[in-house]
Design a protein around this ligand. Structure first.
Ligand code: WQD
Length: 343
C-alpha cells in the first residue's frame, strides 16, 4: 500500500488522520517537531491500530534536514501537511513566527515534492480564509476575504502557493481541505485535543471547566445577530475530518481529481451557537456548566458553517457524527486524561 508522509502527525488532527490512514492499510511516516504535541502520542496511535508509524522528529524550518529526509524517503506517494502554528490570537502578537513557520516550511516541502515520481498533496486549510462570509452556508466559491489574522493569512497564502505550483507542474496534484471547527476525540479516548496552557478554543475550555481545571467559561458575547445572540460555528467531529483526508488522498492516488488543484469545505453543514454547544454538552455529560456572558472577542466572525454539497457529491465524503456525539467523545477524552492527575 502507498507510503504517506504526515507532517504534524502527532498533533490533534494529524494523529487522528494517521489512525484512519493505518486503518486503510497505508504505510505512514510522521514528521513532527513536538512544539505542540508529545512523542507519547506515537504509542497511543499504536495502541489503537497495532501498527507503529515511522516517526522523525524534525523542524521543517531546517531546509537541509527537509532535503535529506526526502532524499531518504524518495518513495513517498503522498503528503498530508498539518504542521503549522495555529493559534489565531498568538499569530496577531507574533506574525513573523507564523509567516516563517507556516510559509517557509510549506515551500520546503513543496520543493522536495517536485522530485517525487508521484506528488499527491493534501493541505490543511481553514474556513478562516472566508472571513465573515456574506452568505450561509458557505460554498467553496465564496470570496476569500482579507484575513483577520496572520494565521488566516498564512492559510490563504499557502493555498496560493500550491495553486502556483500546480500551474507549472501538471504532475503535481493538490487538494486544500478548508476545515470548519474540529472537536472531539477518538472513541478509544487514547488520542484527542491536548491544548498547551489555557485553551483558546471553546470545546476544550468547556471540558476543562467541567472537569474542574478551569473555574468558569466566558461566553464571548451574546449580542450578535443570531438566534440566541452567540456566535455560530460548524463543529465537526475530528474523526470525520480525519476520514475526509483519507478520501481526498485516495482521490488523488486514483487520479479521480478533475483538475490538479481542488478545494473542499469540510464541515457538517450545520451551524451551532455557543449556547447550543453548552446545552449539548450539559445533556451528554449530565453536568451543569459554570459559565458567564463576557465581552466579545476581537476577530470573531458572527457565523460560519459549511455548504457541504461539493464534499458530499464530488469528494464522496459526509460527516457522520452529531454535535452530541462529538461533545460526548471530547468529555470522555477529558475524563480519561485527568483520571491519573489530582485536580
Ligand atoms: C468558537 C466560538 C468564540 C472560547 C478557530 C480558528 C480556526 C480553527 C478553529 C485552527 C467563538 C467562542 C471560544 C471561549 C467562547 N483553528 N468562545 N469562549 O475561533 O471559530 O476558530 O479555531 O485551524 O481557524 O479561527 O474557534 O473554538 O476559538 O471559538 O465563547 O472560551 O466559541 O467566541 O464564537 P474559532 P473557537
Amino acid at each position: 500500500m502507498a507510503k504517506i508522509l504526515v507532517t504534524g502527525g502527532l498533533g490533534f488532527i494529524g494523529s487522528h488522520t494517521v489512525v484512519e490512514l493505518q486503518n486503510e492499510g497505508f504505510e505512514v511516516v510522521i514528521i513532527d517537531d513536538l512544539s505542540n504535541s508529545s512523542e507519547d502520542v506515537l504509542d497511543r496511535i499504536t495502541s489503537i491500530t497495532g501498527v507503529k508509524p515511522i516517526f522523525k522528529k524534525l523542524d521543517l524550518k531546517e531546509k537541509t534536514r527537509v532535503q535529506s529526509f526526502f532524499n531518504k524517503h524518495n518513495d513517498l506517494q503522498g503528503v498530508i501537511h498539518f504542521a503549522a502554528s495555529k493559534a489565531v490570537g498568538e499569530s496577531v502578537e507574533k506574525p513573523l513566527l507564523y509567516y516563517e513557520n507556516n510559509i517557509n516550511t510549506l515551500v520546503y516541502i513543496l520543493q522536495e515534492m517536485q522530485k517525487l515520481d508521484e506528488a499527491n498533496f493534501i493541505f490543511s486549510s481553514s474556513c478562516t480564509v472566508y472571513g465573515q462570509a456574506d452568505e450561509m452556508p458557505i460554498t467553496e466559491d465564496a470570496p476569500v476575504k482579507k484575513a483577520e489574522s496572520p494565521y488566516g493569512n498564512t492559510k490563504q497564502i499557502g493555498e496560493e502557493i500550491i495553486q502556483d505550483v500546480c500551474k507549472i507542474n501538471s504532475e503535481f496534484k493538490g487538494i486544500a481541505l478548508r476545515y470548519f471547527n474540529p472537536i472531539g476525540a477518538h472513541e478509544s479516548a487514547n488520542i484527542g485535543e491536548l491544548p498547551i496552557g489555557v485553551p483558546q478554543n471553546l470545546v476544550p475550555f468547556i471540558t476543562q471547566t467541567a472537569i474542574g481545571l478551569r473555574e468558569q467559561l466566558s461566553v464571548f458575547g451574546n449580542n450578535y445577530p443570531t438566534h440566541d445572540g452567540t456566535c455560530i460555528r460548524d463543529y465537526i467531529h475530528v474523526v470525520d475530518l480525519a476520514k475526509a483526508h483519507v478520501v481526498a488522498l485516495k482521490r488523488l492516488l486514483d487520479n479521480k481529481n478533475t483538475t490538479n488543484y481542488e478545494t473542499f469545505n469540510i464541515g457538517t453543514g450545520k451551524g451551532s451557537s455557543v449556547i447550543d454547544v453548552i446545552k449539548s454538552f450539559e445533556k451528554v455529560s449530565g453536568q451543569k456548566l459554570n459559565y458567564k456572558i463576557a465581552n466579545r472577542r476581537a476577530g470573531d466572525v458572527i457565523e460560519a458553517y459549511a455548504n457541504t454539497k461539493k464534499a458530499n457529491t464530488i469528494l464522496g465524503w459526509k460527516a457522520e457524527s452529531s454535535l452530541d456525539d462529538a461533545l460526548a467523545s471530547a468529555w470522555k477524552w477529558e475524563q480519561s486524561i485527568r483520571k491519573n492527575t489530582q485536580i
